[in-house]
Design a protein around this ligand. Structure first.
Ligand SMILES: [Zn+2]
Length: 356
């Protein structure tokens, strides 16, 4: 009887031990695709319109040196038909430095008069959009993927034309009326690549979402993104020059310092619109799953194929895994985080990622 009790006790203990430790032994890997690259809280774009246009000399003379000194990347909206040889040579440098160029039409003629919304004669979709793409391609071997219309006004016909262009992956929010819907933040869960919301810089805040009495308008738009985990897109023209609503240099420097600090702390991802658009669409439309020790696409759809780029994935290792990653048999760099977590950047369209 005693021996029997002893056996029962041993069995009970064994069962308890098994139940207690099985979950630990069987601990499997898990993945989390981060909302923003590098696990940042928010994203931000610095945009300067009217490059090669009249009066925006401060983009080159003042803004770019301030950004380059801090490792920040701008996006430059070209009025491509106005660019001179010296400007093409400079733009080649800017592309090498990682700044994005976007289509701001060939001549900036526009379709609708700002204010009155009266039609403007002379707009031609092919000339203003396609010829600008081709000119930049021929001068720089560079494909622009983003467009902003003059005065951010567009007719439904021109909008449909642009959206059908294979190279265009995104457009700054524009309409043929003023209804306020083009201003604001871009929520990554409710994102429309052809309607990227923005805030336009006005020194007195007249048509901006922000007012100078609440501080630097440029910084307020950055803080709004950080507060809501969103992407904020800042539209400007020149800096310290004769351009339309030119930004004073002290405000611009404070903005650049603030951006650089938030990038350094890992809170903010600052990039051109195309990188950010690709990221959001990839995360949404190239859904990933973990099968055993392989990270793979749930299924590929047309949007995934068109926009796919690298997304940041945090991986919690299973027991026994060493934190080595490979994609198509090629080692994939990983950053060791804490508690058995690793961070990788993977483009889902390139192939499955194997964890070892
Ligand atoms: Zn413009």
């Amino acid at each position: 009887m005693k021996a029997q009790n002893f056996v029962l006790a041993v069995l009970a203990f064994a069962a308890f031990a098994l139940l207690a430790f099985v979950p630990l032994l069987a601990h499997s890997a898990s993945i989390e695709v981060k909302v923003w690259q590098g696990g940042a809280k928010a994203a931000h774009t610095i945009a300067h319109d009217d490059y090669c246009g009249w009066g925006t000399t401060g983009i080159e003379d003042t803004a770019i040196p301030i950004l380059n000194a801090r490792g920040l990347k701008a996006s430059l909206g070209l009025i491509a038909g106005n660019c001179k040889d010296a400007q093409w040579a400079t733009l080649k440098e800017r592309v090498k430095q990682g700044h994005e160029l976007f289509n701001h039409t060939l001549t900036h003629v526009g379709m609708l008069e700002a204010g009155t919304l009266a039609p403007i004669g002379g707009w031609d979709n092919v000339k203003e959009v396609v010829n600008a793409q081709q000119l930049v391609q021929s001068k720089l071997g560079y494909t622009m993927h983003f467009i902003a219309f003059p005065s951010d006004l567009v007719t439904p016909e021109a909008k449909a034309f642009v959206e059908a262009q294979p190279d265009i992956l995104g457009a700054r929010a524009a309409k043929d009326i003023y209804d306020g819907s083009n201003a604001g933040l871009n929520d990554p869960e409710w994102f429309k690549p052809m309607f990227v919301k923005w805030d336009g810089y006005w020194r007195d805040g007249k048509w901006s979402l922000y007012k100078p009495k609440d501080g630097n308008i440029l910084i307020q738009h950055v803080d709004a993104a950080l507060q809501y985990g969103a992407w904020s897109y800042r539209t400007m023209h020149g800096v310290a020059d004769a351009s339309w609503e030119s930004v004073p240099v002290d405000q611009y420097t404070a903005y650049a310092d603030y951006l650089a600090a938030k990038v350094k702390s890992g809170e903010l991802w600052v990039a051109g619109p195309t990188d950010i658009i690709r990221y959001i669409v990839t995360r949404e439309h190239c859904k990933l799953k973990l099968e055993g020790n392989v990270i793979k696409l749930v299924q590929s759809n047309d949007l995934c194929k068109r926009y796919a780029s690298a997304v940041t994935v945090d991986v919690e290792l299973a027991n026994g895994q060493k934190g080595l990653f490979s994609q198509n048999s090629t080692p994939l760099a990983a950053q060791k985080l804490e508690n058995g977590h690793y961070r990788i950047n993977m483009n889902p369209a390139v192939g499955d990622v194997t964890i070892r």
